[in-house]
Design a protein around this ligand. Structure first.
Ligand code: HPA
Ligand code: ZN
Length: 338
């Protein structure tokens, strides 16, 4: 391992564009909130819960992830979870975050959206002033539920629309293709929201094409299976569609056998606008810099790739052009000095 390259990637300014905030709930905080809220957990201890984090695919993870989120009830719980993540992001030199959350996971348990939006937004505001981290919030629809239910949560979220920059699509991918949500995404587009969707994580490349053609998304979350379709790769390169890649997630959910098998170098070398993200860091073995260290230790990636990843992360963000330029300048200055 090249120590100076590892230090370089740890210290460089970066943006995180694929983080499910409920996936940042560490077992210790799950137990603390369970006690505070009198929620009964199916696991006797932090250690027993952590020991259950042996996943075989996306669904085996989602079952435990939704159980973990069951401790979130009060506005303060959403604040505490989000603030804990932001402190970790700060330590990893994350300068800008675009954060997913799953409102339906909470409304299904009777939690008011006011508590969800209030707690997350308060932490993001505090991070702007106290940590110097800029941010945006992306509301995800759960694709294992119906489009009707997606419309219902969108309706309930309308009073908070100024707090979100866009919408996404997550949860169980296989068997729930993008076309299931064509109408609700069209409505979100009319509302002026930015659009993203998980596609091509476990699902086939056709789901990536469908997300672009039918949902009109601007970024693809994951998208690693695009390499199976050369015509699709050409299109993604031509249209500069960003791919929010999550390497440790892909290993934990068995999308790739081990990190040395990951296709991140192939994605970058093909000219795709990929960057590194943590997805669900409490469940997948680490935050941003853990992902960078794992990738740069196991894969044929060098200084040019590091620069590309940092630049891509800001260029793919939903920031206005001057803000993007400021961050890209910051990256370039960092690389001049290191
Ligand atoms: N994939 C799909 N849905 C999710 C994920 C993921 O990695 N994390 C949280 N919801
Ligand atoms: Zn994800």
């Amino acid at each position: 391992m090249n120590a100076s390259l590892i230090d370089l990637v740890k210290g460089m300014p970066k943006a995180e564009l694929h983080i499910h905030i409920e996936g940042s709930l560490e077992p210790e905080l799950i137990f603390k909130l369970a006690e505070r809220n009198q929620v009964k957990l199916a696991y006797p201890s932090v250690e027993a819960l952590r020991a259950a984090y042996a996943f075989t695919d996306l669904q085996s993870f989602l079952d435990i992830y939704y159980a973990g989120a069951s401790v979130l009830l009060q506005e303060q719980d959403f604040f505490d979870m989000t603030w804990a993540y932001l402190l970790r992001a700060k330590a990893d030199n994350v300068r800008h975050v675009e954060m997913f959350f799953d409102p339906q996971t909470h409304t299904a348990r009777g939690v008011p959206l006011a508590a969800v939006f209030g707690g997350i937004d308060r932490a993001l505001q505090q991070a702007r002033t106290e940590l110097g981290i800029s941010s945006a919030l992306i509301m995800c629809f759960l694709r294992h539920l119906s489009e009707k239910e997606a419309f219902e949560v969108l309706e309930q979220a309308l009073p908070y629309c100024d707090k979100i920059i866009g919408v996404g699509l997550d949860s169980s991918e296989r068997g729930h293709p993008p076309e299931k949500f064509e109408h609700v995404f069209a409505r979100c587009r009319e509302l002026g929201l930015r659009l993203v969707a998980h596609a091509g994580e476990e699902g086939p490349p056709a789901y990536i094409s469908a997300a672009l053609d039918l949902l009109h998304v601007e970024r693809i979350d994951h998208g690693v299976r695009c390499l199976e379709d050369p015509a699709l790769v050409q299109r993604l390169v031509r249209d500069k569609i960003p791919l929010t890649v999550c390497p440790l997630s892909n290993i934990k959910l068995c999308v790739f056998g081990q990190m040395s098998d990951h296709n991140l170098p192939a994605l970058l070398n093909a000219g795709l606008k990929a960057m590194i993200n943590s997805d669900d860091p409490a469940y997948f073995g680490g935050y941003m810099n853990d992902n960078f260290v794992a990738c740069f230790s196991a894969l044929p990636l060098g200084r040019e790739h590091a620069l590309q990843l940092a630049r891509n992360s800001f260029e793919a963000a939903f920031l206005d052009a001057p803000q993007k330029q400021r961050y890209v300048d910051e990256v370039e200055t960092y690389f001049k000095n290191h």
